[in-house]
Write a protein that binds this ligand. Structure first.
Ligand SMILES: Nc1ncnc2c1ncn2[C@@H]1O[C@H](COP(=O)(O)OP(=O)(O)OP(=O)(O)O)[C@@H](O)[C@H]1O
Length: 249
């Protein structure tokens, strides 16, 4: 089998006496959505932070496209192709939706030689940025400042920014949070197609979305993965039902 795009081996992180991630091993393969589920406080966000480089593991290895990520900071990992969209917004609120995406396109293109050119009028940036807004269905809101967008629209914008960086894998931490049924349905459809562009590690509490999308699911409880499998395997696993899914299965 081809080497996984992303491979975590025995990742550990403690906060004082608390083992937030306690020997987590998992992989993300080409073309798949791998969902990471588990109760509140299980360590899901801590794990995502360790992959993207904002938290350093105490031990264990993270390999992305065959390369050990240990020495790389967050920005370097983004440049390597690790794309992400987070619970906590990273938008520039006073800038328009379009300009937020243009900044990401500029970062992708490598901005040093265009340092003195004003970003607002640069067609090599507006074209690709508009294309990203169209993909997420936000083109009609291109000129609206990010601060004035609805919660759902801001989530769409964050995904457009992640796309603009042309990642080789996506890390999504609760993208459905606060979207409502209609928004979740739309985003589910969008992520469904996205997996063919780059595989997705998806942390999500919305089980309808997880069951609709996941090729594989890993269940994290108290920092440990208690099961990895297909949707059917996970839904029928007695330990998973006891620890997390209960009636949702
Ligand atoms: N910086 C920190 N310092 C101390 N404890 C922390 C820190 N970050 C997380 N924790 C603790 O680590 C544990 C795992 O938290 P984490 O946010 O990773 O869980 P989670 O599975 O993402 O939860 P949720 O589903 O509620 O987002 C929790 O007990 C949390 O309180």
């Amino acid at each position: 089998m081809a080497e996984p795009i992303l491979q975590l081996s025995e990742i550990r992180k403690t906060f004082g006496a608390l083992k937030a991630t306690d020997g987590v091993s998992l992989d993300l393969r080409k073309g798949e959505i791998h969902a990471l589920i588990g109760p509140n406080g299980a360590g899901k966000s801590t794990l995502i932070h360790q992959i993207c480089g904002s938290i350093r593991p105490d031990s264990g290895t993270i390999r992305f496209l065959g390369e050990d990520m240990a020495g790389l900071d967050m920005a370097a990992r983004v440049r390597k192709g690790l794309g992400r969209s987070f619970q906590i917004s990273s938008l520039a609120p006073e800038f328009s939706a379009l300009r937020n995406v243009m900044l990401a396109v500029q970062a992708r293109q490598g901005s040093s030689y265009r340092f003195f050119r004003p970003v607002a009028g640069d067609r090599s940036l507006t074209g690709p940025a508009m294309a990203m807004l169209e993909r997420v269905g936000l083109e009609k809101r291109a000129k609206v400042p990010a601060a004035e967008l609805s919660h759902g629209e801001r989530r769409q914008l964050e995904i457009a920014i992640a796309l603009a960086l042309e990642p080789k894998a996506f890390l999504f931490d609760e993208p459905m949070a606060g979207l409502g049924p209609e928004g979740s349905k739309r985003l589910t459809g969008f992520l469904d197609g996205l997996r063919h562009e780059a595989p997705i590690l998806l942390v999500e509490h919305d089980m309808d979305a997880v069951f609709a999308l996941a090729d594989r699911i890993s269940v994290l409880v108290y920092g440990r993965i208690i099961a990895t499998g297909t949707v059917a395997e996970i839904r029928s696993d007695p330990e998973v039902r006891r620890a997390y899914l209960g009636d949702a299965a």
